[in-house]
Every structure is written in structure tokens, then in C-alpha cells.
Design a binder for this molecule. Structure first.
Ligand SMILES: Cc1ncc(COP(=O)(O)O)c(C=O)c1O
Length: 383
């Protein structure tokens, strides 16, 4: 008898943590996947008031409070003109749980799940945990996912395609035409499209489009969260939107693994979604300024980097030994291979860090890049 389940043995601990642990306390951290802004005050207050008035002492409905689900549904109408029935939503413990539920409810053992490579680390791991087989698909030169490449990868065994825009780790934003294509592919091949939209509001160029708007069948499930939009990663509050049937199947899993999302977080999320949106605009404006500084800095260092249109990441192509050299000089970045084998030769830089630190990091990166190119890197020859 084996001691551990094979599907878990085949999952490794995220490479991102290892990088943090290798860096000293003094390092400038461009590895973080969370905004460096406070949660909006009205959201924090709503949670405190709900706690103080005893509204958070009990489980909520498994799907989440009716008020939060109303707020989630109303958001889709307000932002995208998509009509969503509040009954067709589930509040989850972050986007992470939402992704897990979507895969658990739709993937049979050995069925395939297509996702971008490089892509968010959870897609491969959660596919394996669901017993499925990962089918990573490489990206275009501009680091967007090509619908034609996705369609080519579809087989009889394909259960789902995961689309992520704006994307982690690339910052790429898919066009409306691409999103229409993903919806068509889901319809025509009768596969589920899981659209991971956790960065939906952090877009600098163009607009966010959801395949939910374009699908003619119920083959799109949306995953989103308060985590990035409202700087609420610690609150653990996300959600799912899908057809009644799909929501009911995902609820079967949610009910037993989670019961309900944290009640205080649900009150905060309701306030975040229904309250003033200025804090989001301010944060996005600040990320855009930093994006410009980071892209200029990387280009000045001689690195090739597609201009990220959203999220808060940049993914330059880097020479061999670059990540070690940069880390050795006190800047934490995540090697591209942490996000899939096609990430090799790239690095992910998060600019959810103050402007002064960013500028300092870019100067170090400039020197490190020159050193690697000229063969005088400090880390060369080290074990
Ligand atoms: C693309 C993507 N999807 C989902 C998540 C999970 O978000 P949450 O913190 O809400 O679980 C993340 C977090 O980094 C992410 O980058």
C-alpha cells in the first residue's frame, strides 16, 4: 500500500516560496503576488461592524450571504452588461478555492485540462489534485494565449480549458476577439472554459472581456475574487459564476470541503463590491505608472519585455544565470520555470512594490544584466 495518494505525490510545493526563503531580509522583493495597498476602509469597517453586532457568529448559507451574492451578480451587469442570477454564484475562500471547485466538479480521472504555459502555478497542481492530466499550451510571442493553439490541443479527453486575463505571470490581456474565440471553442467542442478573472479590474490598455458574455452554451464558468482588485488577499474571498447545473455540482464539493466562505470576509466583500470604487482606480493608476517605469528600466538594461497591459507583473526574457545574479545582488524575482517549462529563459517581476524600491531594484537589475552579459557575474561558477 502506498503511503500517499499518487495524485498528490505528483504535485510539488510552489517554486515561488523557495525564492523568498533564499533571499535575505534586506532584499527588495519583486516576487510578491499581492497589491501593496490597504484594503479599502469601508470594507474593513463593514467587517468590524458585522463582527461587533454578532452577524458573523454562525455559518452563512453554503453559497454565501444573499446580500453578497446580489452584489456579485450586480457587478457583472454594472461592469460588463452580463446578466447573472445571484442564485448562480457561490462565494468561496478566494479564487483558489473557486478554481479547485471548478476542476473537482468537471474533471474525471485522466481527462485533460488545457492551460497557458507559462501560467498561474495552481492550474497544473489543481488539475493533478482533481486526478486530471495537465495539457500546457505555449503562448504567442506577445505572451497571450492563442485560441488556435488551444483548439489544436483539444482531444476527446479534454474536460476543460483555463483562460486567464489579465494573466499571472505575464501581465498579458487577451483581446475581445480572443475571448470570443475561447467562447466559440467551448461551445463547439463542448468543453468547459474556466475563465480566471481575478485581475479583471487591473487593466491599463484596452478593456477586460469575459468569455461569459459570448458563449451560447453554459460552457463558461467564471472565477474571480476580491483579492487583487480590493487588495484583500488575506481575507480569502472569491466567487464562482456559472449555470445553475454547474453551480449545483460545484456546491456539492464546496459544501463538504468548506461549508461556507468566512463570514466576516463576506461582509467586507459586499461592502467592497457595492461601495465607492475610487480606491481601485487609485491603485490601478499607481500600477500603471510603475508598469511604465519597469518596462523602461528593463528595456534600458537591454532586456526584451512585452509591455504588460494588466495585472502587476512584467515578464522579460533573461539570459542564463540572470535570476541567480539578480537575487545575489538583493532583488527577489521569480524564475519563469516556476510557471511551467515554457517559462524557462524568462523571469516574473511584480511591481506591487513602492516606486523608490522599484527604481533601486531596476538599477541593480541594470548592473546585474551587464555583468551576466559580460561574463563577470558574481554567481558564475558557484554550485
Ligand atoms: C491568476 C490567479 N488566479 C487565482 C489566484 C488565486 O487568488 P486568491 O488569492 O483569491 O485565492 C491568483 C493568486 O495569485 C492568481 O494569480
Amino acid at each position: 500500500m502506498t503511503k500517499f495518494a499518487t495524485r498528490v505525490e505528483n504535485v510539488s510545493i510552489s517554486g515561488i516560496r523557495e525564492v523568498f526563503e533564499a533571499a535575505g531580509d534586506e532584499a527588495i522583493n519583486l516576487g510578491l503576488g499581492q497589491p501593496d495597498f490597504p484594503t479599502p476602509a469601508h470594507a474593513r469597517r463593514a467587517a468590524v461592524e458585522a463582527i461587533e453586532s454578532g452577524q458573523t457568529d454562525a455559518y452563512t448559507s453554503n453559497k454565501g450571504t444573499p446580500q453578497l451574492r446580489e452584489a456579485i451578480a450586480a457587478k457583472y451587469d454594472r461592469d460588463y452588461g452580463i446578466e447573472v442570477d445571484p442564485g448562480n454564484t457561490i462565494a468561496t475562500s478566494g479564487g483558489s478555492e473557486a478554481l479547485h471547485l471548478a476542476l473537482e466538479a468537471h474533471v474525471d480521472p485522466n481527462q485533460e485540462v488545457i492551460f497557458p504555459d507559462p501560467g498561474f502555478v495552481s492550474y497544473d497542481a489543481l488539475t493533478r489534485i482533481a486526478g486530471g492530466t495537465p495539457k500546457p499550451v505555449s503562448l504567442r510571442d506577445d505572451l497571450t494565449l492563442d485560441p488556435a493553439a488551444v483548439e489544436d490541443a483539444i482531444t476527446e479527453e479534454t474536460a476543460a480549458v483555463i483562460v486567464n486575463s489579465p494573466a499571472n505571470p505575464t501581465g498579458a490581456v487577451q483581446s475581445e476577439a480572443d475571448m470570443r474565440e475561447f467562447a466559440r471553442i467551448a461551445d463547439e467542442h463542448d468543453v468547459l472554459c474556466i475563465s480566471d478573472e481575478v485581475y479583471e479590474h487591473i487593466v491599463f490598455d484596452g478593456e477586460h472581456h469575459s468569455p461569459l458574455k459570448f458563449a451560447e452554451t453554459d460552457n463558461v464558468v467564471v472565477v474571480s475574487a476580491c483579492s487583487k482588485t480590493y487588495s484583500m488577499t488575506g481575507w480569502r474571498l472569491g466567487w464562482l459564476v456559472g449555470s445553475g447545473d454547474r453551480i449545483e455540482r460545484m456546491l456539492r464539493v464546496h459544501q463538504y470541503v468548506q461549508a461556507c466562505a468566512s463570514a466576516p470576509a463576506q461582509f467586507a466583500a459586499e461592502a467592497a463590491l457595492t461601495g465607492p470604487q475610487e480606491p481601485v482606480a487609485e491603485m490601478v493608476g499607481s500600477f500603471e505608472e510603475r508598469r511604465d517605469v519597469v518596462v523602461d528600466g528593463l528595456e534600458d538594461a537591454g532586456l526584451e519585455v512585452p509591455t504588460p497591459s494588466g495585472a502587476f507583473y512584467a515578464m522579460p526574457k533573461v539570459p542564463e544565470g540572470w535570476c541567480d545574479e539578480v537575487l545575489d545582488r538583493g532583488v527577489v524575482v521569480v524564475p519563469g520555470e516556476a510557471f511551467g517549462s515554457n517559462g524557462e529563459g524568462y523571469a516574473r517581476l511584480s511591481y506591487a512594490t513602492g516606486m523608490e524600491e522599484l527604481k533601486e531594484a531596476l538599477e541593480i537589475i541594470d548592473n546585474a544584466t551587464a555583468a551576466v552579459r559580460e561574463g563577470r557575474s558574481r554567481t558564475q561558477g558557484s554550485p
